[in-house]
Design a protein around this ligand. Structure first.
Ligand SMILES: [Zn+2]
Length: 368
C-alpha cells in the first residue's frame, strides 16, 4: 500500500505507523486490508471553524470513503481499526515549492557546486528518495518540486517510483530541469575555458525557449519553472536589485507552449524588471516574490496569478552584516514579509511553499 494512499490525512504517530505498514507491503508479503478505520480525538477538516470531535475515518482501498464525527460509529465488519487515542487528524498538507534534489547548499559540505560536480546521479537520487519520504513524514501528501538542479529528469523517476509503490512519498508535481538564460544560472565563476554543468536548461531567444519547453514537457514535466531573475544585490540607495533574465518574448513562447499542453508555468522572480516581465509574459505563479509593488499586486489580481512566498529560507545563514552579501541577505528577508502581508490583504491567491532543499531536509518544514 502506498504511504500517501494510506494517509490522505496525517497525524503524529499515525505517520510512523503507516511507514511500517508500507515497508511490509513493499516486500509484497501481506496484501493490504481492504478497509481501514481510524479513530482519534479530533479532526481539523479544513472547512469547519472548529475541530470536529471523535472522528471515525473509513478508508477503502486507497480512498477515504467516509468521515464521521461526534460519536461512536461501528467499524465495518473485517476492517482493521487504528485507534490514535488523543491525536488530532488533519488533511494532508501541500508544499508548493520544494527541491528534493537539493540538500541545503551547506558551505562546509561544498555548497551548491559540489552537488553537480562531484556527486554521481545515483547518490543524488538516493538522497532525493530520503527527501521525498521526509516530506511525507512531516505531513505533506502533495509537493510541487520545482527543479532538479542539474539532476536532469530525476524527479520524473522519483515520482514514478512513488506512484508505482516502490518507495514512500507524497504525490508529486515535477518541473524537471527549469529554464533560464545564458548568464542566468549556476554554476558560475569558473574559468571560461572550462565547460561546467548548469543547474538549469539555458536558452537564448524565443525559438530556443519554446524548444526547451517542448523537451521538458515531452519528458514528463507537469509544470515548467522559469527563472525570471538571477543575481541580486543592494544598490547605493539601499534598494534591492535583481538581474532580469528572460525577455517577455522568450517567456511568452514558454507560456504559450505550456498552456497548449494544459500545463502551467512557475516563475522564480524576486522583484523589479524580472518580476514585471514574469507578469507581462503570463506566468501562472510568482515564486518568492520578495518585493512586489502595489501595481504588480493589482496586476496579479487581474490576471489571477498565484503567489508562492517562501519566507523561512531567507532567514537561514545570512552572510556577515557588513558585507555586500550580508546586506543583500538582510534586505531580502526584510522586504519579503512586507510584500507577503500586502498581497494577503489585497486578496492575492497565495499557496504555501518552503523552498526546502534550499535548507537541509533534516530541518523541520513545519512546527507542531
Ligand atoms: Zn526554490
Amino acid at each position: 500500500m502506498r504511504l500517501m494512499h494510506c494517509l490522505g490525512l496525517s497525524a503524529l504517530g499515525f505517520l510512523s505507523l503507516c511507514a511500517a505498514r508500507d515497508a511490509r507491503a513493499s516486500e509484497a508479503v501481506t496484501p493490504a486490508p481492504r478497509t481501514v478505520v481510524i479513530r482519534a480525538r479530533a479532526l481539523i477538516d479544513g472547512t469547519s471553524a472548529q475541530a470536529r470531535p471523535d472522528p471515525v475515518i473509513v478508508i477503502r482501498g486507497d480512498r477515504i470513503a467516509e468521515v464521521y464525527t461526534g460519536g461512536a460509529h461501528p467499524a465495518p465488519a473485517g476492517a482493521q481499526v487504528i485507534d490514535l487515542g488523543a491525536a488530532t487528524l488533519l488533511p494532508g498538507l501541500i508544499d508548493s515549492h520544494t527541491h528534493i534534489f537539493l540538500q541545503g547548499e551547506v558551505p562546509e559540505a561544498g555548497g551548491y557546486d559540489v552537488q553537480l560536480l562531484k556527486y554521481p546521479a545515483s547518490y543524488r537520487a538516493a538522497r532525493a528518495v530520503v527527501a521525498a519520504r521526509r516530506a511525507l513524514e512531516q505531513g505533506f501528501t502533495t509537493i510541487r518540486d520545482v527543479e532538479t538542479e542539474g539532476a536532469g529528469y530525476g524527479d520524473v523517476g522519483i515520482k514514478q517510483a512513488i506512484d508505482d509503490g516502490y518507495i514512500p512519498g507524497p504525490r508529486m508535481f515535477v518541473v524537471t530541469r527549469a529554464i533560464s538564460t545564458t548568464g542566468g544560472y549556476n554554476l558560475e565563476g569558473y574559468a571560461p575555458e572550462i565547460q561546467v554543468p548548469k543547474g538549469a536548461q539555458l536558452i537564448d531567444g524565443p525559438i530556443e525557449a519554446r524548444k526547451a519547453a517542448r523537451e521538458q514537457l515531452d519528458h514528463g514535466a507537469d509544470w515548467l519553472k522559469v527563472y525570471m531573475t538571477h543575481r541580486s544585490w543592494v544598490d547605493e540607495q539601499g534598494a534591492l536589485v535583481s538581474q532580469p533574465t528572460l525577455t517577455v518574448e522568450e517567456l511568452r513562447a514558454i507560456v504559450d507552449e505550456a498552456h497548449g499542453w494544459r500545463r502551467k508555468v512557475a516563475c522564480h522572480a524576486y522583484n523589479g524588471i524580472g518580476l514585471q516581465r514574469a507578469l507581462d509574459g503570463g506566468c501562472d505563479s510568482i515564486e518568492h516574490g520578495l518585493e512586489i509593488s502595489d501595481a504588480q499586486i493589482a496586476q496579479m489580481l487581474k490576471q489571477g496569478t498565484w503567489y508562492v512566498p517562501t519566507l523561512a529560507v531567507y532567514y537561514y545563514d545570512p552572510a556577515p552584516a557588513d558585507t555586500p552579501a550580508g546586506k543583500r541577505d538582510r534586505k531580502r528577508a526584510a522586504v519579503h514579509g512586507v510584500s507577503f502581508q500586502k498581497a494577503l490583504r489585497a486578496g492575492v491567491k497565495i499557496a504555501f511553499g518552503t523552498d526546502v532543499g534550499g535548507f537541509v531536509w533534516s530541518d523541520p518544514s513545519t512546527r507542531t
